[in-house]
Design a protein. Structure first.
Length: 305
């Protein structure tokens, strides 16, 4: 991308031309990619675009409220409360790819209902360049690439960010006046906290991942990581008060990266790590232990599943 203003002019013109008078729909996840794609498309065609935010129950702390506030100006925005349906669909499932598949399919189901309701002709997606590359290599099933609502007969798909890297998307977001908290937000995977919970997704594990991630993001902000978060690995014994407990093991992950395709685990100082440990074990009852993940990508991936 040579120039942000030029990119925005060209992208909005292209969207306008492609859509004509048609109605388009976009899944707004709250991440920088879909938020930027939605803001661009809304700038191009206004309420002809219906942004759909699905609250899967797998979002970060406060995320749904932030979305509600930030995109309040889009009168066509739909917010669906689907937590119950996602958790039900995931109950008992431990295989990572199966989890991703179930989430992708549930997403599509939620989305189809609205797409049919508003008679959407086009689908707008926030796919960026690295998503396409990883999908071609079939490294992981990114649910935002390739999975399309089959029950909706879209005339076409519009991907205005398809050639951009993440840092370029952030530039566009800033130019479109997307609130700092969204423009500068760390990438968050489509399947949400489900890929930060190893094994079966339960309400309790999601709660731990959500609360711990909020602490980690806050404590590590000064390190300016590409991504910093907490994952829930399994259970281990600990002592809390006078009792032995069998609590969750929380892994702290903080990585530097340009595009998520490779990453380096960040070197953090001991005091910071101890402060995180103390806040996480002190405020989240269900946690007995905190560990720091020192693995780069490769050989690990950034997320846990
Ligand atoms: P991994 O874990 O594969 O992640 O090293 C690379 C980058 O992609 C994000 N990620 C996803 N983003 N849908 C997304 O939109 C997904 O299914 C997905 N899985 C991983 C991850 O957070 C990291 O930034």
């Amino acid at each position: 991308m040579v120039n942000v203003d030029e990119f925005i002019d060209e992208a909005t013109a292209e969207i306008r031309e492609e859509l004509g008078d048609s109605t388009a729909i976009i899944a707004l996840s709250g991440g920088v990619d879909s938020s930027t794609a939605a803001a661009l498309a809304y700038e191009a065609v206004g309420e002809q675009l219906v942004p759909v935010y699905v609250d899967t129950g797998l979002m970060r702390k406060g995320e749904t409220d932030q979305i509600r506030e930030e995109f309040d100006y889009m009168d066509s925005l739909r917010i669906l409360d689907a937590e119950e349906r996602f958790l039900d669909a995931l109950a008992g499932v431990t295989d990572p790819e199966k989890k991703r598949k179930i989430i992708g399919e549930q997403f599509i189901r939620e989305f189809e209902v609205v797409a049919n309701d508003v008679d959407a002709d086009y689908l707008v997606q926030g796919t960026i360049y690295p998503d396409r590359i990883e999908s071609e290599g079939n490294i992981k099933s990114h649910h935002n690439v390739g999975g399309l609502p089959e029950a909706v007969d879209f005339e076409g798909i519009v991907e205005p960010l398809r050639d951009l890297y993440k840092d370029e998307v952030r530039e566009v977001a800033r130019e479109l006046d997307l609130e700092e908290v969204i423009a500068e937000r760390m990438p968050f995977p489509g399947p949400g906290l489900a890929v930060r919970v190893v094994g079966e997704v339960t309400r309790e594990k999601v709660h731990v991942a959500r609360e711990a991630t909020a602490i980690v993001e806050e404590e590590l902000e000064a390190y300016e990581p590409w991504q910093a978060f907490a994952a829930v690995l399994g259970k281990a014994t600990g002592v809390k008060g006078d009792n032995r407990v069998h609590g969750h093991v929380v892994a702290v992950r903080s990585v530097e990266s340009r595009d998520g395709m490779t990453a380096r685990a960040q070197e953090l100082d001991w005091e910071t790590l101890q402060r995180i440990q103390s806040r996480v074990t002190g405020t989240i009852d269900e946690v007995s232990r905190v560990v720091y993940d020192v693995t780069h990508k490769p050989p690990a991936t950034i997320e846990y599943e």
